[in-house]
Write a protein that binds this ligand. Structure first.
Ligand SMILES: *Cc1c(COP(=O)(O)O)cnc(C)c1O
Length: 424
């Protein structure tokens, strides 16, 4: 069945034709595509069209599509059964790898998505501190959990307004929202509510307002102020974990949070999330402690082996310098081509993740990110798609480079991107 027919049928039986809103291409216009196959850095749609892929399933596929070691491990495991509902050996192995690789984690609990990870991390923080308030940053996305799906109220340290119907004000009101990279706003929130703040949750490198790096010293400042007030610091490393280094952003910036949330790369393309921290802190999680959290399919053996093979490959090969060089090459070339065409833009890049903003302003928080010309972004996206390059179908997201984007593929991608930019 072709793309168009599949989308028509999807619209009959799935809200908006999708299982996650951004897949409907509302932010860029045009009909969404249905993907049927991926190999290395390429994907194919239901019409048989091929694309060089910088979406990478929104980040998990740092080794590219259908990496042979991951596929083999999954196939072998499927033969032995899909789920047992009791402990299996691969959970232990994946936990050992996480503990070995992520500096601040001594014990870890696996869940099935990034959302579950952040939800459980906030529960743990509230449970341990006996406090209710959560401080988050405008434009940071932590999944669709009620307490975290709150966008900014205007002004600084205002109590949040719900980001969606279905979240009562009483719940949204427990979330404080301040601008990313704004130390003064954080200080003010703590001076007003410090004794009630259970935790600060942050993407150490923001990836969901487009890529926005932390200002020099910002993460260390968060570490210090949370300690001062007895609040916990949560790093949501669902994107940055295993993406920016073997130990994520915390290893790169040398700041250790109390709780780390993981997902995406951790499952190597399968649905896996996790939260972890010190032995002492994690001893509060049931059944060791009183903070309850559970999952029928958590630690699923097939998902675990995909994670094990992915992390082993990253630990053993440490491809980070190479990934960063390649991403630099792509982003620099895109920037040069846009400049030649006289199009105002900013590219923020950290390691192998970057975002092209169509603005002449520096982008350091959500307000400045929103200065990007999203109409132009939509046009850029559609032109790229037409030329055979897939990037995230929304402005406030990251492009990802994988180990499967070899030099020759980058050449090819840049040539396609050049064709697209010419027609902008
Ligand atoms: C993707 C993402 C999540 C949510 O993960 P899901 O698996 O989609 O629930 C949470 N935090 C960050 C930083 C993310 O990028």
């Amino acid at each position: 069945m072709n793309n168009h027919k599949l989308i028509q049928q999807a619209l009959e039986v799935l809200p908006g034709g999708v299982n996650s809103p951004v897949r409907a291409f509302k932010a860029v216009g045009g009909e969404p595509i249905v993907l049927v196959k991926g190999r290395g850095c390429r994907v194919w749609d239901a019409d048989g069209r091929e694309y060089i892929d910088f979406l990478a399933s929104w980040g998990p596929l740092i080794l590219g599509h259908a990496h042979p070691k991951v596929v083999k491990a999954v196939k072998d495991e499927v033969e032995r059964g899909l789920s047992f509902g009791l402990t299996n050996p691969h959970e232990v192995k994946l936990a050992q790898l996480v503990v070995e690789m992520v500096p601040s984690i001594e014990k870890v609990r696996f869940v099935n998505s990034g959302t579950e990870a952040t939800m459980s991390a906030v529960r743990l923080a509230r449970g341990v501190t006996g406090r209710k308030l959560v401080l988050k940053f405008d434009g940071c996305y932590h999944g669709h959990y009620d307490s975290l799906l709150v966008s900014a109220g205007s002004g600084v340290a205002t109590f949040g307004i719900p980001g969606t119907p279905g979240i009562p004000e009483e719940i949204a009101g427990l979330t404080l929202v301040v601008p990313f990279n704004d130390e003064e706003a954080v200080r003010k929130a703590f001076s007003e509510h410090g004794e009630d703040i259970a935790c600060v949750i942050v993407e150490p490198v923001a990836g969901n307002m487009g890529v926005v790096p932390p200002k020099e010293g910002f993460l260390k400042f968060l570490r210090e102020i949370t300690r001062e007030y007895g609040s916990l610091l949560i790093f949501d490393e669902v994107i940055t974990g295993f993406r920016l280094s073997t130990g994520g952003a915390q290893k790169l910036f040398e700041v250790e949070p109390d709780i780390t949330c993981l997902g995406k790369i951790l499952g190597g393309g399968m649905p896996v999330g996790a939260y972890g921290g010190s032995r002492e802190l994690m001893s509060n999680v049931a059944p060791e402690g009183k903070v309850y959290q559970a999952g029928t399919l958590s630690g699923n053996p097939v998902a675990m082996v995909a994670g094990v093979e992915t992390l082993k490959e990253l630990r053993d090969k440490e491809p980070y310098d190479q990934l960063s060089d390649r991403a630099e090459r792509v982003s620099k070339a895109v920037s040069d081509m846009l400049k030649d065409k006289g199009i105002a833009h900013r590219i923020n890049r950290v390691g192998s993740m970057f975002t092209v903003f169509f603005t002449d302003r520096e982008v350091y928080d959500f307000e400045s990110a929103k200065s990007s010309d999203t109409e132009l972004f939509g046009k850029f996206f559609r032109k790229l798609l037409e030329k055979g390059v897939l990037i995230p179908p929304a402005q406030f997201e990251a492009w990802f480079v994988s180990t499967a984007h070899e030099d020759e593929h980058i050449e090819e991608a840049l040539s396609r991107i050049g064709d697209a930019i010419k027609e902008l």
